[in-house]
Structure formats: structure tokens, C-alpha cells
Design a protein around this ligand. Structure first.
Ligand SMILES: Cc1cc2nc3c(=O)[nH]c(=O)nc-3n(C[C@H](O)[C@H](O)[C@H](O)COP(=O)(O)O)c2cc1C
Length: 150
């Protein structure tokens, strides 16, 4: 069974958390062993990150950029690669974004997370509370990611 991480930031309304749970549900339905982690609650170590076969990253739009906790993750990842690059790069990854009506963070989010490996699917972008079609798109993305990790 593939292990899949859903690493996201959610703090304001739980909008990104709802999307993360839908991605996790889709991935589990495709047979993945899924770990959900809100980066606002805990900082993941690079040794933990190494263990996953695939990863979905989710963020709210904060000032037209992605959330600071995911920037901290990227910084840790870059520095971690210098000391021990094993299993830190080349993972299949997927992205999802929640915004309040702007959504301009999509560009920086996609640009910076390109370093993670091979992107699976399109970024799921949601305005405000995720609608049923958005949650369905998140489930489909989770499934697609779990399949790509095989
Ligand atoms: C500090 C802060 C900055 C934000 N900046 C933006 C922004 O620049 N553009 C935008 O569309 N939404 C912005 N928002 C709205 C959030 O992206 C939106 O409410 C999101 O759904 C919150 O996700 P969450 O409920 O998972 O925390 C901001 C919210 C906060 C708290």
C-alpha cells in the first residue's frame, strides 16, 4: 500500500481542511494509506516527510501568497536536502488552494512547489466555503494522486 501525505494549512474557517479531508477520502478509496497534517498545528520533520510516496499540498491564499507554515516546510525541505537528499525529491504531488475571492496565490504556490516532483492533475482552486463540485474535484485529485504513486 502506498503512503500518502496531505499537508495543508487551515486556520480561518476550516475551508482548506474540508478540501484536505476530501483529497484524503479520494486517496483512501484508491487504496492509499493517508496521513493528514495541518501545518498550523505541527511542523513536519524531513525524516517524516521522507517516508511518504506521494503528497498533496493545500493552502489558503494569504496576501496573494501561500501560507507561512508551508513556506517554513519549503525552507526545511531545501535545507534538509543539503544534508540528506534521500527520498526528499521526485515525489508525485498535487495542489489545492482556498481563497476569499482573490486567488492570486495560485501562481507562487504552483511555481515554488514545482520543486517537489511530478505534478498530478490540475490545482483545485476554491473561493470561500468549498462547494460539493469542488469537494468532488478534491476527491478525484486524491484518487489520481494515489494511482500515480503506485
Ligand atoms: C491573513 C489572511 C490573509 C488573507 N489574504 C487573502 C488574499 O490575499 N486573497 C484572498 O482571496 N483571500 C485572502 N484571505 C482569505 C482566505 O484565503 C480564505 O478565507 C480561506 O478560505 C481561508 O482558509 P481556511 O478557512 O482553511 O483557513 C486571507 C485570510 C487571512 C486570514
Amino acid at each position: 500500500m502506498n503512503s500518502l501525505l496531505v499537508l495543508y494549512h487551515s486556520q480561518e474557517y476550516g475551508n482548506t481542511a474540508l478540501m484536505a479531508e476530501a483529497v484524503a477520502e479520494g486517496a483512501r478509496s484508491a487504496g492509499a494509506d493517508v496521513t493528514l497534517l495541518n501545518a498550523n498545528e505541527r511542523r513536519i520533520t524531513m525524516d517524516e516527510y521522507r517516508a511518504f510516496d506521494a503528497v498533496a499540498f493545500g493552502t489558503p491564499d494569504y496576501y496573494s501568497y501561500f501560507a507561512g507554515t508551508l513556506k517554513v516546510f519549503l525552507d526545511d525541505w531545501y535545507l534538509g536536502k543539503k544534508t540528506n537528499p534521500a527520498r526528499l525529491s521526485n515525489k508525485p504531488y498535487a495542489l489545492f488552494l482556498s481563497h476569499g475571492g482573490g486567488g492570486r496565490a495560485q501562481r507562487s504556490f504552483e511555481d515554488l512547489f514545482k520543486q517537489m516532483g511530478t505534478k498530478v492533475g490540475n490545482t483545485v482552486v476554491s473561493a470561500g466555503r468549498p462547494t460539493p463540485p469542488i469537494l468532488e474535484a478534491c476527491r478525484a485529485l486524491g484518487q489520481q494522486l494515489a494511482r500515480a504513486a503506485r
